[in-house]
Design a protein around this ligand. Structure first.
Ligand code: ATP
Ligand code: MG
Length: 323
């Protein structure tokens, strides 16, 4: 289990002041972030541009020393002992960094395997397995510069798994990938967590991806953790409101006023609006039973009726506005 407590990162940035004097400015990129990653779980780290996600991941992968805070991986103090941690963690970043274009897929993986000190006989088999896993076995001996973006990204995943890490950090792993490749990648991320028991931290700007994959989500804003929970919990908490949609077989005169009047004893916040035959009901309480009963009593023929699930995307937008 990964336990990070109150991680903080202050960058010192040199800026140009008056008369070309250099000024030093402190940027608090991450403020007191505490988070946990359990093995077998996929954890999401969300936030708008500049929220502090990459800085947090860099601290968790020991690429960057925190200004303050504590960080333990399976009971080992990762700040005091980063070398021990490096063996059991790894990182996959989106884009085309961290691979050598002149080298072949096999040579890249061999190079990184050596850095991690994987014994040669283990490494040989592992590279074979990983290339198969990411569907690049037929490209093993081809220089990476001839690869497509998706193929390079798949090689990144293989590289991130070369030391068979217990924990994997993925910073926007599907950025720039087509729908087919990113779907494959999502399936694979799920497989790594559920079948291989790896703990995964994932950042992404694609909310659908986070909703589909993550067991638990942390939301960063301006370097601060402002919310955490499952996708469902976050949405319900943020929007203390329900929306029902009602589609009818035909138009009924002044139906929205009638519904509002009949439903108001059950929820005083109720608001019914109608637009091009679609009736929208905003309220706080669960009024589905009363709504269907009133429709039956009034002889209103329902074509479709459902409660709108708030989407994670709306939650993020709302929280960013509030923060
Ligand atoms: N090397 C650096 N030196 C100074 N400031 C930095 C450095 N790296 C990041 N920052 C600042 O820290 C803050 C957080 O940046 P970070 O890259 O962690 O955000 P992010 O959440 O990953 O954003 P994005 O979604 O755009 O990738 C920003 O204000 C950024 O300008
Ligand atoms: Mg980033």
């Amino acid at each position: 289990m990964i336990i990070a407590e109150q991680l903080k990162k202050v960058y010192t940035v040199k800026t140009k002041g008056k008369f070309l004097r250099r000024k030093k400015e402190q940027v608090e990129a991450v403020k007191d972030v505490s988070l946990q990653i359990e093995k077998g779980k996929i954890i999401g780290l969300l936030g708008i541009n500049g929220a502090g996600k990459t800085t947090t991941i860099k601290m968790l992968t020991t690429l960057l020393a925190p200004t303050r805070g504590s960080y333990f991986v399976d009971g080992i103090d990762a700040i005091k002992n980063p070398i021990a941690i490096k063996k059991i963690i790894n990182m996959v970043a989106g884009g085309e960094r961290m691979i050598y274009w002149r080298l072949t897929a096999h040579e890249n993986l061999w190079y990184y395997g050596q850095i991690y000190g994987v014994p040669s006989h283990v490494l040989k088999e592992r590279i074979k397995d990983l290339l198969k896993l990411v569907g690049l076995e037929h490209k093993a001996n081809v220089p990476v510069e001839t690869f497509s973006k998706g193929m390079k990204q798949r090689l990144q995943i293989a590289r991130g798994l070369i030391n068979n890490p217990q924990y994997l950090f993925m910073d926007e792993p599907t950025i720039g990938l087509d729908a087919v490749v990113s779907k494959e990648l999502r399936e694979h991320i799920k497989y790594l967590a559920t079948e291989e028991g790896k703990g995964i931290l994932l950042t992404s700007h694609y909310m659908g991806e986070i909703e589909e994959l993550c067991d638990y989500i942390y939301i960063l804003n301006n370097g601060e953790l402002i919310k955490q929970g499952t996708a469902q919990q976050l949405a319900t908490e943020t929007f203390n409101q329900k929306t029902y949609i009602l589609k009818l077989y035909k138009q009924y005169g002044n139906i929205s006023n009638k519904l509002e009047r009949k439903l108001s004893p059950y929820d005083s916040s109720i608001k019914v609006t109608e637009e091009t035959g679609i009736i929208k009901i905003n309220c706080r309480e669960n009024i589905s039973l009363q709504l269907s009963r009133i429709c039956v009593e009034e002889g209103i023929l329902i074509k479709e009726m459902y409660e709108l699930e708030p989407r994670l995307e709306d939650t993020i937008l709302q929280l960013a506005k509030e923060g």
